[in-house]
Design a protein around this ligand. Structure first.
Ligand code: FAD
Ligand code: NAD
Length: 466
């Protein structure tokens, strides 16, 4: 006999808990199933612990630069790595506890702890218990991808999860993958005092971005003593008497062990938690990477089943997972007509200084066939950055010459993750860039340069092919 509910939510990540709140408030009897840590990736092994560590690393960096600001310190700067990690664990534990207590106390919600697996299109099994409902919402997230790279299973590699359990600072950390996870961990571990090498198979770091963004990020990281090995197309691992041998170059002669490091972090992407969900018993379709296929309203191939967050492949951020919840709640409960395709993509990379991004890159805009305007300003010409003596990076806006709409922007520099919201808001309001020119921003901020930047938009040549 299965227990019947009005709705079942699988996964207490970024979308499941707020949806439980809305559904129960609408009078439904809801079951929420979580197999591990409440709060999911962001709270436990993603954003929250890493941004807490980024904050510690920034303090270490600033303190080392104290003399630049005329501040005299008593001696060498030290890192108490265990306290650094304990601080991150405390932030996580508090946030996880808050989510768990909120759900446990939610009227109309039954919280089930265990692994959920489909038995049919409307029923799931959690250990000895079977439950069913006419509406099922999947919020199962993802985990680190561990590709079958040569020698990988012969070494004690780290992922974003296991690296958070270290209690001794690595002597030399090799990071495979030079994108979000790789770059954030690279800079923080370097600032904690480890030797760090980033190994990236593409020609540039964070290869989705424009070349000027990628190359400036490489300069920032290399300037702090991080080694960057791009074009690493033949990465292989082996145990070595002094640690782990990482072969980086295809041309590496046999017998040459390559790079000898103490630790290896794999940061080569994510995979969805859909392989053990029994989707085949429900008839839910996935793509070739295991992401659940959804339409523009996040409905799966089976009526009555929706997928939210990282598992649907339509976003890979906390704010996109949360927005998935908002779309589903608006459409089901508020008579809304929300669509994923209306979402304007914004995100940040949390190196220091951060990269704030929205919309198209300059390269994408140029390739789109539109008449493109571009404006760029180095942070060395931003008063706030000069006063703070943090002038690395630049601001860039890309606009459509015909519609006067901003197509995209990048702010790589101090407060870039905050200042980008001036552009995100304008794009969401669907207003022309000229609107910004009449704004009166506050001095001295990074955002105050947005009107100036817009005033300096200039046409760029189209690629020869268009
Ligand atoms: C190191 C790192 C740093 C990050 N930093 C940022 C950042 O700064 N900003 C940002 O926007 N994003 C960041 N992200 C991405 C962000 O963490 C994810 O996009 C977000 O957590 C996805 O949320 P979700 O709700 O889709 O899934 P998740 O948070 O992964 O939650 C899924 C939940 O489902 C549970 N579950 C899975 N399968 C089952 C099952 N069969 N039965 C029961 N329960 C199940 C899991 O245990 C988990 O709790 C980071 C990610 C990583 C790895
Ligand atoms: N600031 C943030 O919002 C933030 C921070 C961390 C993670 N995240 C999320 O987590 C997700 C995963 O991040 P990620 O950095 O692991 O993945 P990613 O998919 O962004 O990048 C993986 C990188 O690894 C490289 N790579 C793949 N295979 C390789 C190989 N064999 N050898 C060398 N390099 C290889 C790729 O070229 C790429 O640069 C992202 O999509 C992001 O949304 C977000």
């Amino acid at each position: 006999m299965s227990r019947r509910f009005d709705a079942i939510i699988v996964g207490a990540g970024q979308a499941g808990p707020p949806l439980a709140g809305r559904l129960t408030a609408a009078g439904m009897q809801v079951a929420l199933v979580e197999r591990q840590f409440f709060g999911g990736t962001c709270v436990n092994t993603g954003c929250m612990p890493t941004k807490t560590l980024v904050a510690s690393a920034r303090v270490a960096h600033q303190v080392r630069r104290a003399a630049d600001y005329g501040v005299v310190l008593g001696g060498e700067v030290g890192i108490d790595f265990q306290r650094v990690m304990a601080r991150a664990h405390t932030v996580t534990d508090n946030a996880r506890g808050n989510v768990e207590r909120w759900l446990d106390g939610m009227h109309g919600l039954t919280v089930l702890r265990g692994h959920a697996r489909f038995e049919s299109h409307d029923s799931l099994r959690i250990g000895g218990e079977a439950i069913s409902a006419p509406r099922i919402f999947l919020n199962v997230g993802g985990r680190a991808l561990v590709p079958d790279m040569p020698g990988v299973h012969a070494i004690p590699y780290l992922t974003n999860t296991s690296i958070l359990q270290l209690d001794i600072l690595p002597e030399h950390l090799a990071i495979v993958g030079g994108s979000y996870i790789g770059l954030e961990f690279a800079q923080m571990f370097r600032r904690f005092g480890a030797k760090v090498t980033i190994i990236e198979q593409q020609p540039t770091l964070i290869g989705r971005e424009d070349d000027d963004v990628s190359s400036t990020i490489a300069e920032i990281l290399q300037g702090e003593g991080i080694a960057v090995r791009t074009h690493a197309e033949c990465v292989a691992f082996a145990k070595h008497a002094s640690g782990i041998a990482v072969k980086v170059d295809c041309a590496c002669a046999s017998g040459d062990p390559g790079l000898i490091v103490s630790h290896v972090l794999l940061a080569v992407g994510r995979r969805p938690n859909t392989d053990d969900l029994g989707l085949e018993h429900a008839g839910v379709s996935t793509d070739k990477h295991g992401y659940i296929t959804v339409d523009d309203t996040l409905a799966t191939s089976v009526p009555g089943i929706w997928a939210m967050g990282d598992c649907n492949g339509r976003g890979a951020f906390t704010h996109t997972a949360y927005n998935d919840f908002e779309i589903i709640a608006a459409n089901l409960l508020d008579g809304g007509q929300r669509r994923v395709s209306s979402r304007i993509a914004g995100y940040a990379l949390y190196i220091d200084p951060p990269l704030g991004r929205v919309g198209m890159t300059e390269a994408q805009a140029r390739a789109s066939g539109k008449r493109v305007l571009v404006s760029k300003r180095p942070m060395s010409r931003v008063g706030r950055a000069v006063e703070r003596d943090e002038t690395q990076g630049f601001m860039k806006i890309v606009a459509d010459a015909d519609t006067h709409r901003i197509l995209g922007a990048a702010i790589l520099g101090i407060s870039g993750d905050e200042a980008i919201h001036g552009v995100i808001d304008l794009m969401n309001a669907d207003q022309p860039y000229d609107t910004l020119q009449w704004a009166v921003p506050i001095h001295p901020t990074v955002s105050e340069l947005l009107p100036t930047l817009v005033g300096e938009l200039k046409p760029v040549c189209r690629p020869a092919s268009s």
